[in-house]
Design a protein around this ligand. Structure first.
Ligand code: NDP
Length: 371
């Protein structure tokens, strides 16, 4: 997404995005516990791979707010940019700058404990496998990868190397979303319906509209937040998917990837999930609602970078805002340091890709698809 589109997406939508729970099922979400601040030497060293919009705009600035994580290196296809960013963040130019060609050498740099992959999905697998092979833990951005086979290969590579794999589902670390999950589990009674809409207006000439790099259109990029919301609000996994799509015929943005998708997920309890996703909406939308036998939650914006809201039974929920980016990174650092289980693991990312592929199959065939 180019800078202007990204800005429009964030500000214009008064919004941004979503994500899930440690395990789905009936697990109760817990608010991020404050972690004790550590001296710099005790913090986990992170290398940021891919210096694009999200890395530069959100991740690098928010790393400074982390209690357990610190920036130790940048990895980029553009050496000059990497050197510039390293200078800006006070990194050692000799030990803190790598190009993609050189990145396998990170195995010799013990300061780097985690590689955060923030490139287009088309090369998430390659970079995750290389980081794991170098003995580094991995955080990989959503969507995990274009295919289920890629996701499985990433999980296998990390298991083989004995490293952790976290998917960058920041909403699992954001206070409003965590409160919404808690209300769904404890206060809504039986959940009958969950809905979520996520979309914006995509620019032209971007990797996001090239299937090789994106793996798909709005569903992969932004609809994944709606899929996540339906999963983490219901606390269930869908057993069947039905979906339809619409692709404007004369819009060159949609030659390779889809525009708007409408989908229905059936859950084992009988709860119904409905979602939409789009790349041609006049302005950004990110919202959800869960309706239960004893109450409801709704949020808009629900999954933005900041300014999210939440209502429980029509009243504003009392939630202290937190830094979801720092909380996400500190969670992985905590899992490394204290040997804990990652809340948003590779298996969660793979399940989203499995559901999205079923949505695509249903769009193509016009039939429901069993999961
Ligand atoms: P950008 O296009 O802004 O940046 C991507 C960066 O990846 C580039 O700047 C480049 O960095 C590197 N790169 C490596 N290979 C390629 C390639 N073939 N084509 C283009 N760039 C390449 O994308 P975003 O930062 O918006 O998105 C990156 C990832 O982060 C995606 O997976 C996206 O879904 C995710 N994301 C997540 C968000 C969230 O809220 N969780 C929000 C926005 C994005 P360099 O020049 O350093 O090599």
């Amino acid at each position: 997404m180019d800078a202007i589109t990204r800005r429009t997406f964030i500000a214009g939508s008064a919004a941004g995005l979503v994500a899930g729970l440690p395990t789905f099922g009936n697990a109760s979400p817990e608010l991020q516990e404050p972690t004790a601040a550590k001296p710099a030497g005790d913090k986990v060293g992170w290398a940021i791979l891919g210096l694009g919009g999200y890395a530069m705009g959100q991740i690098l600035p928010n790393l400074k707010a982390c209690e357990r994580s610190r920036l130790v290196a940048v990895i980029s296809g553009d050496r000059d940019k990497a050197k510039r960013v390293a200078g800006q963040y006070g990194l050692d130019q000799a030990k803190g700058v790598y190009t993609y060609d050189e990145m396998d050498r990170i195995k010799d740099n013990p300061e780097i404990q985690v590689v955060y992959v923030i490139t287009p999905p088309g090369n998430h697998r390659e970079f995750t496998e290389r980081a794991a092979k170098a003995g580094k833990h991995v955080c990989c951005e959503k969507p995990m990868a274009p295919s289920v086979a890629d996701c499985q290969a990433m999980i296998d590579a990390c298991k083989k190397a004995g490293v952790l794999l976290q998917i960058g589902y920041r909403s699992h670390y954001e206070a409003n979303n965590l409160r919404a999950m808690e209300a769904c589990r404890k206060e809504l009674g039986q959940i009958r319906s969950v809905t979520s809409d996520h979309g914006f207006n995509i620019g032209r000439g971007l990797w996001r509209t090239q299937k090789k790099w994106s793996g798909g259109g709005s569903m992969m990029d932004i609809g994944i937040y709606a899929v996540q919301a339906l999963r983490y609000l219901s606390g269930e996994e869908p057993t069947e998917v039905y979906a339809t799509w619409t692709n404007p015929p004369n819009d060159d943005r949609f030659k390779e990837v889809e525009d708007t998708v409408s989908f229905t997920l059936k859950f084992p309890s009988g709860a119904v999930g409905t979602g939409t996703s789009g790349y041609s909406w006049s302005r950004g939308v990110n919202r959800y609602m869960a309706l239960g036998t004893n109450g409801r939650v709704d949020a808009e914006p629900a999954t933005s970078y900041g300014g999210n809201t939440l209502r429980i039974n029509y009243r504003p929920a009392e939630v202290t805002p937190n830094n979801q980016f720092a909380a996400q990174m500190d969670h992985l650092s905590e899992c490394i340091q204290d040997k804990k289980v990652v809340r948003t693991p590779g298996e969660m990312g793979l399940q989203d890709i499995r559901i999205i592929q079923a949505i695509y199959d249903s769009c193509r065939t016009g039939r429901p698809v069993k999961l």
